[in-house]
Ligand binder design. Structure first.
Ligand SMILES: O=c1ccn([C@@H]2O[C@H](COP(=O)(O)OP(=O)(O)O[C@H]3O[C@H](CO)[C@@H](O)[C@H](O)[C@H]3O)[C@@H](O)[C@H]2O)c(=O)[nH]1
Length: 748
């Protein structure tokens, strides 16, 4: 446990590691038994079923390898906790003494027996205290929020502006919060919705602050909360709901119309200059990065999807606990929060709750150097997105750039300063070698002669010259600002164009990588390879609430895009084992590879689904019979994914020589324990199955008819929640709801 005083977060190592390893040991034993069984029973050349045996063996070898990869994330899962209260104290330390004075006065007043302190004096102390706290808020860094949208028909503008409004409601100084929405579709409807949102925000944000609203998006607030009629704030609540509904109906009316009326257009000059011309080369996140640099230049950036509302007013402060931690803050490039969804189907049919990812995968990756960046719900240091490399010197650098990172404790500061002042500090560093370089003016500059010289601090700290400095240094120096709005606008237009990126480092070293469906993961990994760490933080209250796919086709398209993207990474130069070699730990590379090999997994999975079925129909038995000595390895580890996803499924699988089916994990292994509705094609030992729960069915078609009938009679009320799943239910189940092992077909 990491409990140094003054730390802003704590790390706890996951419990029950010994049990997990014991379980992993049993898995390994099962694996070895299966391989031995498979290798020792291969049919002779020319014998029936040799090809099937070989294919199934290859699949089993693959599953073994994949399972081995997953061990990496079980090695050292960690869980993080933040101390936001310490963050506020940290902000107050530069005025600690004055604050202490006020604090004493307040305490004294609470005893009410110190007549020498007049009420006037006490009020003075109170005011001072308020001012000091406000002053401490001044030192918080500016946050830029990037939201992107692309198509108003898929992502309705009302959804998009709910995200924008939710972000504006963060418990954070409003002047330090800048929200950027980029629309890849260049839709005038979304632009109009933004104008409406900016007007509505003037009422919504004060309302949120006044009533301490927890659901920060108006749509969530009005659908999930209610207020008693006799409550004093009832009328304000109703008035706000009316305002929201009016705005919503105006936006929806424009959606129906497919255009904006001339009357509205006349009211805003933005409509006259409107251009909806965008191209697939317009890399929204990069563009926002360049543009925000010129406008607000927040040192921390939050990226979220347009359908992912902020849902926890404290998330920014939570993230800052990692960036501003005195000891370790300088190591973190980004803080990833979980993606939660508000529209999960009752049984979480498409496993969008990502339980396994949130509870096992990300904490596991965190223990290896940090989770991946998954595009949304993530806070970044701007510098890291801009290509900055990690260096131990960042500890000093970032503290300087971030004025709130102050020493709380004067003695610690003194100690640290003494250490920095000592000459031994320089041993084995670049200090004194690269830091003070002389130059000649005629050849590029005069020499530095020790005195009467102005330096850029960055250069003294070893910064290399690069063309990119032109942007970087301008950003760092607040005085070099455009004074003239027209010039600024012109410049921004230029920056927003993709041609601006030609022959630059944008998209390569700077900003997000692009050209891959999961460019975020690639970007995150390249940041890791520059030496940075990331943190995964999952607070009790869901930090963000989004919209998950609600139909099978949406879910399939999403999963196909992800698996393609990860596979592309595997084949690209960003392959975790190649690109990360020597730059990241092997465990982290293995952890990232779990996703990258996801697509390949489909091949052995298909082999394992179809070949045994075909073999059984043809009388070839690939598995040990019931009671056989190898059977234990097949029974040992099977667990139904339906337990964790809460989804009901008809599972058709292999069990000890039987091709059988059942509901909720009764496919194989589980068939002996749970509801089994049929055995299709008996194995060598059919008599061993309890007849009462396993009416024998001899063909796949008859089995399916049978299940369909049963579902209709017994489960008709919930029929939308049922799918037919062909589950191999092999002993190498990676996770309890790993979709790669499950092929769902519409059934009813
Ligand atoms: O050409 C595009 C495509 C998408 N988007 C936006 O990108 C976000 C995510 O797109 P979506 O289609 O919702 O992808 P998902 O697969 O649901 O998103 C998950 O997976 C992506 C790939 O890893 C991440 O980028 C996302 O943050 C993450 O929520 C949305 O706001 C879109 O509007 C664009 O702006 N332009």
């Amino acid at each position: 446990m990491d409990t140094t005083e003054g730390r802003l977060f704590e790390v706890k190592v996951g419990k029950g590691r010994a049990w997990k390893w014991l379980y992993a040991g049993s898995m390994l034993l099962g694996l070895l038994l299966i391989w031995v069984y498979r290798a020792s029973h291969v049919p002779e050349a020319g014998e029936k079923g040799r090809w099937a045996w070989t294919a199934v063996f290859a699949a089993e070898l693959w599953f073994g390898f994949y399972w081995f990869l997953t061990l990496s994330i079980r090695w050292n899962p960690i869980y993080r906790y933040t101390y936001k209260d310490k963050l506020s104290h940290r902000r107050c330390t530069d005025c600690a003494r004055r604050y202490f004075g006020s604090f004493v006065a307040v305490r004294l007043r609470s005893f009410d027996d110190f007549p020498f302190l007049s009420n006037r004096k006490l009020r003075h102390f109170d005011r001072k205290q308020e001012q000091e706290l406000a002053g401490s808020e001044d030192k918080l860094p500016a946050i830029d929020v990037f939201i992107c949208t692309t198509d108003p028909t898929i992502e309705p503008p009302i959804v998009v502006i709910n995200t924008v409004l939710s972000v504006l409601a963060y418990d954070y100084p409003p002047e330090k919060l800048n929200v950027y929405l980029s629309d890849d579709g260049g839709s005038i409807l979304t632009f109009y919705a933004m104008i409406e949102a900016s007007l509505f925000a003037k009422s919504w944000i004060p309302f949120c602050k006044k009533f301490n609203v927890k659901y920060m998006a108006p749509s969530l607030f009005f659908s999930k909360s209610s207020i008693p009629i006799h409550d004093p704030s009832f009328s304000k609540w109703v008035a706000m709901e009316k305002l929201y509904k009016e705005m919503k109906s105006r936006i929806e009316a424009s959606m129906k119309l497919g255009d904006i009326s001339n009357e509205i257009k006349a009211g805003h000059e933005g409509f006259t200059n409107w251009s909806s011309k965008t191209s697939s080369n317009d890399h929204h996140a990069i563009i926002k990065l360049r543009i925000s640099e010129q406008i607000s230049n927040g040192s921390i950036i939050l990226t979220i999807d347009c359908d992912m509302c902020a849902n926890n007013v404290e998330s920014i402060r939570d993230a800052l606990c990692f960036f501003m931690d005195e000891e370790r803050g300088h190591e973190y490039a980004f803080v990833q929060f979980p993606h939660n969804f508000e529209n999960l189907t009752q049984q979480d049919l498409y496993a969008s709750s990502f339980k396994m990812i949130h509870k096992v995968y990300f904490p596991g990756l965190d223990g290896l150097g940090g989770p991946m960046y998954t595009g949304s719900c993530c806070f970044h240091r701007r510098d890291c997105l801009n290509g900055r490399k990690y260096s131990e010197l960042n500890k000093i650098e970032l503290k300087r750039e971030n004025p709130k990172i102050q020493e709380t404790n004067m003695s610690t500061l003194e100690e640290r300063t003494k250490n920095l002042a000592s000459c031994s500090y320089e041993e084995n560093t670049q200090w004194g070698k690269e830091v003070y370089f002389p130059g000649l003016d005629g050849l590029g500059g005069p020499m530095y002669t020790g005195s009467c010289c102005f330096h850029r601090r960055d250069c003294l700290n070893g910064r290399k010259y690069s063309e990119l400095n032109k942007i970087e240094l301008k950003r760092e120096n607040p005085k070099i600002q455009e004074t003239n709005m027209i010039t600024l606008e012109e410049r921004i237009k230029n920056l927003a164009s993709c041609t601006y990126e030609e022959n630059t480092q944008w998209g390569k070293e700077m900003g997000l990588k692009y050209g891959c469906p999961v460019e975020d993961v690639m970007t995150g990994f390249s940041i890791k390879c520059r030496g940075w760490k990331s943190a995964y933080f999952s607070p009790k209250r869901e930090p963000f609430l989004g919209l998950a796919p609600t139909t099978l086709s949406q879910a399939l398209i999403q999963h196909k895009r992800w698996s393609e993207g990860y596979f592309q990474i595997l084949l690209s130069k960003f392959c975790p084992f190649l690109y990360g070699f020597g730059k990241t730990k092997l465990g982290l590379q293995m952890g990232y590879s779990i996703c990258c090999f996801w697509a390949i997994n489909s091949i052995p999975t298909l082999i394992y689904i179809f070949i045994p079925s075909i073999c059984l129909i043809n009388g070839i038995f690939l598995f040990p019979s019931l009671g056989g000595k190898f059977l234990i390895s097949y029974f040992a580890e099977v667990e139904s994914d339906t337990h964790t996803t809460g989804k009901h499924a008809i599972t058709v699988g292999i069990s000890g020589g039987y091709f059988c089916a059942g509901i909720d994990g009764a496919g194989s292994g589980g068939m002996m324990r749970r509801k089994v509705y049929g055995v299709i094609s008996g194995g060598t030992d059919a008599g061993n199955l309890p007849a009462s729960i396993a009416p024998e069915i001899t063909s796949v078609k008859r089995a399916l008819d049978y299940f369909r009938r049963r579902l209709r009679t017994n489960l008709s009320t919930e029929k939308k929640d049922y799918q037919l799943c062909f589950s191999p239910s092999h002993p190498f189940f990676l996770t309890k709801h790993d979709k790669s092992f499950q092929f769902c077909l519409p059934f009813l």
